[in-house]
Ligand binder design. Sequence first.
Ligand code: C2E
Ligand code: MG
Ligand code: MG
Ligand code: MG
Length: 293
Amino acid sequence: CAKSNGRGSYVTFDPSMQVETLARLELEADLRKALARNELRVFYQPQMNLRTKDLIGCEALIRWQHPTRGLLAPGEFVGVAEEMGIIASLDLWVMETACQQVKEWRAVPDARALTVSVNVSAQHLLQKDLKEAVKAVLNRHGLPPSALCLELTETVLMENLDAGNQLMQELRAIGVGLHMDDFGSGYSSFRQLSELPFDTLKIDRSFIERIAVNGQSRKVVDAISSMAHTMGLKVVGEGIEDRSQAELLASMDCDIGQGYFFAKPLDARSFYTKYLRKKGMHRSFAVSHGDQA
Ligand code: C2E
Ligand code: MG
Ligand code: MG
Ligand code: MG
C-alpha cells in the first residue's frame, strides 16, 4: 500500500509497481522456505573432452521446484537470493548434493575421474568459512579435491582482489579446481585472470554463439584460447549449440566443451541413464539407481 510521506501526503506510484512488489515479497517468502521444504534440485550438464569426445565432468546447476510455478531456472531466483543474503546457503547445499552424487557416479568404471563444477557467488566467496566448508564436504563424501571445481565470476572479486586472492590461494592449496566463469561477458577481466590463481577459463557463450558466422569472433576466441594456454590454463567453451561450433573450438585447441549440442542440464537420473549406465554395471550402483521410471 501507499507509503505515508509525512503528514497526510502520499507518494504517488504506478499500481503495477505494487503488483511487482507483492510478487517479489511472495517470492522471497517462498525462497526462504525452499531449502527446508526440499524444493531445490540440482541438474547436471555434461562437459566433454573436445578432442576425444569423452565425458570428463559436469556442471551442477540449481533449479527450484516451486510449489505452484513449476521448475524455475536460476535466472528467476539466484539474483533474489543474492540480494536477500542467502545465496551462500544455497551454494553450499548444491555443493553437498553434487559431491554426494559425483561420489556415487565415480563407482562406474569409466567415470572414476568424473569432476563436478559448482557455481559460487562472490558474496559467498568472501565469507571466510568457504574453505572449511569445502574441506568438510570433501571429507564427508570421501571425495578427492580434484573432483570438485568452483566456478567464479563477479565484479566483487575485482573490488576485493586481496581478500579474494588469499581465499583462492587457500582453496587452491586444498586442491580444488578454480574456474573463471563467463570470461568475456564483461564481469570478468584480464586483470582478474592474471592476478588470481585460476586453473581454467570458461569462454562465455556470447562468443561461442558467433564463431561459426563471424570471422572476427573466431579470431578473438582463438586468441583467448592461446593466451589461456600460455598462462597454463585449461579452456572450456560454454554454450556450444551445434557441431560446427564444436569442431571450430576443437580446431582452436579448446580443451573442453559444454552446451546444448551435447546435452541440456539433466536431472541426476537422466544424466546417469544417458552417460553412465551403458558404461559399467557396478552392482550396488545399478541397484541403488534401479532401472525403473
Ligand atoms: P553459468 O554458470 O554460466 O551456467 C551455464 C548456463 O548456460 C546454464 O544456465 C546452462 O543451462 C546454460 N547453457 C548451457 N549450454 C547452453 C547452450 O548451448 N545454449 C544456451 N542458450 N544456454 C546454455 P542456467 O542453469 O539457467 O544457469 C544460469 C546461471 O545461474 C549460471 O550461469 C550461474 O551463473 C547461475 N547459477 C546456476 N546454479 C547456481 C548455483 O548453484 N549457485 C549460484 N550462485 N549460481 C548458480
Ligand atoms: Mg557456471
Ligand atoms: Mg558460464
Ligand atoms: Mg553465468
